[in-house]
Design a protein around this ligand. Structure first.
Ligand code: ADP
Ligand code: MG
Length: 380
């Protein structure tokens, strides 16, 4: 017997699957979405990005069953949504929009409790869940009795996220959720979303027109052109390293290598001990290492602590490296430093290398050459 009755692996790992989806609105000629196929893995954060009018909102609304596709098939959690009652579909999906859309005459608590109440939860359970959500999105509990217009834009946006998460849906759709707040609040909300996602592990589809927001938040990016034509669907790094078309290249901007430096960290570099020896080593070993790395200096460590740099001219033939004059201070980076900040540190410290500092322990060296080499590997 070869069949075990299970679905194929790929089918069950996808939270959302669009297959050849078209949308032509009545009375329009140009499709809003054209032959869109997209697979969104469970637990992934996918950014849907593209210029205004390219069909991002239409796509989200089709996933949520608010708009029916003209052609094609949409599956959520393995089920064709055309065969599913809309109410049941939406129970599994939280929806956050730019305008937030809080009910103005209901308190924050009532707003957050909307879906649980609709689902007939008991009062105590709703109250408990509201408290939990308010903590989760970083609001004060004393805001619960207030009305939406008594909150700032950023606070309202957090309430919108709490409301969308109320019934713990596996999928969260967010349509330009940070579009209406100022840049400082936007950055904070983006950071909070990343922290939240690390805790709740939802499948998130985030619509944005801001490439930097997509790069910061998403595991994968789907870039649409006008007409809802998918230009590229890939990791952020691949989008920047290998744009699939001139449109993608123009959209991501001509500083795409610099943007990649922001995505990668020192830990992503091929490990590199560098031209470094122990203070007890001597001149012969030092010359060999310098030759190997084509440098005229060498780093000296003692008990895994970095002591400083020794120049070739200062190495004494019959003495350990410990006795040669050393130059400190070494520029220092951490393993979780971005390559961009490593480069910044190297450039402003008048050296061509930085030492990886693992909490006082020597972790290797980072050179500009190594950073350049790091960009050759594309992360998917
Ligand atoms: N209800 C509608 N009726 C007719 N055309 C629409 C409707 N909704 C959206 N469109 C059109 O579909 C295209 C895609 O719109 P939309 O999905 O809102 O784009 P985006 O969110 O990417 O800015 C646009 O040309 C828009 O004018
Ligand atoms: Mg839109």
């Amino acid at each position: 017997m070869s069949s075990n009755g299970h679905h194929s692996k790929g089918a069950t790992e996808m939270a959302i699957r669009l297959d050849g989806v078209d949308k032509v609105f009545p009375g329009t000629e140009r499709p809003a979405v054209s032959a869109l196929s997209l697979e969104i893995p469970r637990g992934a954060t996918v950014a849907l990005i593209g210029p205004s009018g390219c069909g991002k909102t239409t796509t989200l609304r089709m996933i949520n069953g608010l708009i029916a596709p003209t052609a094609g098939r949409i599956e959520v959690d393995g089920t064709d949504i055309a065969t599913q009652p809309t109410v049941q579909l939406r129970r599994g999906i939280g929806y956050v929009i730019q305008e937030v859309g809080l009910f103005p005459h209901r308190t924050i608590a009532q707003n957050i409790g909307t879906v649980p109440k609709m689902l007939g939860w008991e009062r105590d359970r709703i109250a408990e869940r509201i408290d939990e959500l308010v903590d989760l999105v970083g609001l004060d509990r004393d805001m619960l009795r207030r009305y939406p217009d008594e909150l700032s834009g950023g606070q309202q946006q957090r309430v919108g996220v709490a409301r969308a998460l109320a019934a713990d849906p596996p999928v969260l759709l967010m349509d330009e959720p940070f579009g209406a707040v100022d840049p400082i609040v936007r950055t904070r909300l983006q950071d909070e979303l990343l922290e939240l996602q690390a805790r709740v592990g939802k499948t998130i589809v985030l619509v944005t027109h801001d490439i930097d927001e997509a790069l910061k938040i998403a595991d994968r990016i789907a870039l649409l052109n006008v007409g809802g034509i998918l230009e590229q669907y890939s990791s952020a790094d691949e989008l920047l390293a290998a744009p699939a078309s001139g449109f993608v290249e123009a959209f991501v901007g001509d500083d795409r290598s610099v943007k990649r430096l922001q995505l990668k960290t020192v830990a992503d570099l091929p490990f590199h001990q560098g031209p470094v020896l122990a203070a007890t080593d001597g001149a012969v070993a030092a010359r060999k290492v310098m030759q190997e790395y084509a440098t005229d200096w060498i780093g000296v460590t003692s008990d895994d602590i970095f002591l400083g740099w020794v120049h070739a001219d200062d190495i004494l033939t019959d003495a350990p490296l410990a006795s040669a004059p050393r130059a400190m201070p070494a520029a220092q980076v951490r393993r979780d430093s971005t390559l961009r900040s490593a480069m910044q540190i190297i450039m402003t410290s008048h050296t061509s290398v930085a030492v990886i500092d693992d909490g006082g322990q020597f972790g290797g060296v980072v050179t500009l050459e190594l950073i350049r080499a790091g960009l050759e590997a594309v992360t998917d």
